[in-house]
Design a protein around this ligand. Structure first.
Ligand SMILES: [Zn+2]
Length: 205
């Protein structure tokens, strides 16, 4: 009799976790089991703790309200933890977008972070790692998003950045160029110097 009750109870207890509707029947069975067997009380206590609302301890991994200084981010990019996570790749190389169907939507999502919290299951390469801080001084990070051939900022279709982060990246790159943290090539312009020298000679004469 006792093993049967135990099996029945454990089955119902697991059902309770998935559906609230079975809670009543499970508690009825629990009362019966308590009356019939006193030695089940120890297991009852542990099961009861499992049934209670689970309060997760530790910080929320999706919380993005913490303000991480740029210096920390710059040290992070040189650290062993960064090497272990990304290896020799760029931060966006291993990232894959989630989308339904065969083809990705033309634009990436508007933002990954809403109200100081990650609001998506697949945040973009910069939003997912809170230690990647976009700043004009963090050139090591910015250079990963600049094409070595054209010198332009890579498209969000290639890097997978959300629209908001991509805009912040563009701003940071422009600030870095303005303040001399990043170098860039100015377009080569050919002058016909004969025109200028010709004018000078005419003026002299
Ligand atoms: Zn994002």
């Amino acid at each position: 009799m006792l093993p049967i009750v135990r099996v029945l109870y454990s089955g119902l207890a697991s059902a309770t976790r998935s559906s609230r509707g079975a809670l009543h029947t499970a508690s009825v069975v629990r009362c019966k089991a308590e009356a019939e067997a006193t030695d089940e009380k120890s297991s009852e206590a542990t099961e009861g703790e499992g049934d209670g609302d689970q309060v997760s301890s530790g910080p929320d991994p999706k919380d993005r309200t913490k303000n991480i200084p740029v210096e920390t981010s710059m040290r992070y990019l040189k650290s062993a933890a960064y090497k272990q996570t990304y290896g020799e790749d760029f931060v966006w190389t291993q990232y894959r977008r989630n989308h339904k169907g065969m083809f990705a939507p033309r634009k990436t999502r508007k933002t990954c972070i809403r109200q100081g919290r990650i609001a998506t299951g697949n945040p973009c390469p910069i939003c997912r790692d809170e230690y990647l801080v976009l700043d004009y001084r963090n050139t090591e990070l910015l250079e990963q998003f600049i094409s070595p051939h054209s010198g332009d900022v890579l498209s969000y279709s290639q890097t997978g950045l959300c629209q908001k982060t991509h805009f912040r990246l563009m701003v940071a790159v422009q600030q870095a160029r303005d303040s001399g943290f990043l170098t860039y090539d100015v377009p080569f312009r050919e002058y016909d110097y004969n025109e200028y020298y010709g004018q000078n000679e005419k003026q002299k004469a």
